[in-house]
Structure formats: C-alpha cells, structure tokens
Design a protein around this ligand. Structure first.
Ligand SMILES: [Zn+2]
Length: 144
C-alpha cells in the first residue's frame, strides 16, 4: 500500500519502510513536563482569590515538551521500556491516520506536554522524523 507518511529512524536516519518501527514518546517524560506545569500553576495561584500570576522567568524555566521520536524497533535503545507510548508505522501511513491518532490521543492528559502539534505540522512539508509524499493540496488552498 502506498504511503503518504514515512517515519525516519532517529538512530540510523533510514526510513522505516518495512513496518518494523514506530513513532514513540516517553510517557514518563511527558508526565514530568505536565507535573512541572502543574507545580508552577499551583505556586503562582493566589490561594485566596484564585487568580494566576505568572513570572516570565518561571515560564522560561519550564521544561520543553516531550519529543515524539521515530525509530526502527531494532535501533531503539530502550525498546523494552514500558512507559513509552508507541504508534506502529503500519498504523501511520496516511495523513488521515494522524487525524485518527490525534482523536485518540486527545484523551491523554499528557498529550499537550509533548510536541505532537509539531508532528502534525510536519505532515505538510516533512521533517527529520517524518517524510511526506503523495498529492499535496495546492498552495492556494493552504490555510497558512
Ligand atoms: Zn534505524
């Protein structure tokens, strides 16, 4: 079956074309980012009025979102890690597959603390972790 999306292994930089890999994120890392946000929110909220006042330095000190990575299963040095959320390459062939995954992942409280939005944006032009092929909408139809 033709693909619109091909994962590119972060370890060996080769495409994942035999469905022998996945896109993954560390749920542990995403949860740590989420916890840092919650901690900042808690210490920045007025206990009496409930208003939130954020300091720029605190915002800049927040951790970066957890990164989704693509890997061949055999290239993934932590392939047995149980806290990794994995999307098999076989279930990520079309842009529409990403819509389905997004609908599913929106149920996860940790999703906003990952770079999933970047993954979605990369389906327009491709990136180091995902290449795109197939018909693309004419530029005049692009929203951005
Ligand atoms: Zn590889």
């Amino acid at each position: 079956m033709d693909r619109e999306l091909t994962l590119i292994c972060s370890a060996c930089t080769q495409p994942v074309i035999q469905d022998d890999g996945y896109l993954w994120v560390s749920c542990r890392e995403a949860a740590a980012v989420q916890q840092a946000y919650h901690a900042l929110e808690k210490r920045s909220t007025d206990p009496h009025g409930g208003s939130l006042s954020l300091d720029l330095a605190d915002l800049l000190g927040l951790p970066e979102p957890a990164t989704w990575r693509a890997d061949h299963r055999d290239c993934d040095p932590v392939r047995d890690e149980g806290f990794h959320y994995r999307i098999p390459a076989a279930r990520l062939r079309l842009r529409a597959d990403l819509l389905d995954w997004t609908a599913h992942l929106l149920e996860k409280a940790w999703l906003p603390h990952t770079d999933w939005r970047d993954v979605l944006r990369e389906t327009r032009t491709g990136s180091a972790r995902i290449s795109v092929s197939g018909p693309r909408p004419p530029a005049r139809l692009a929203a951005i």
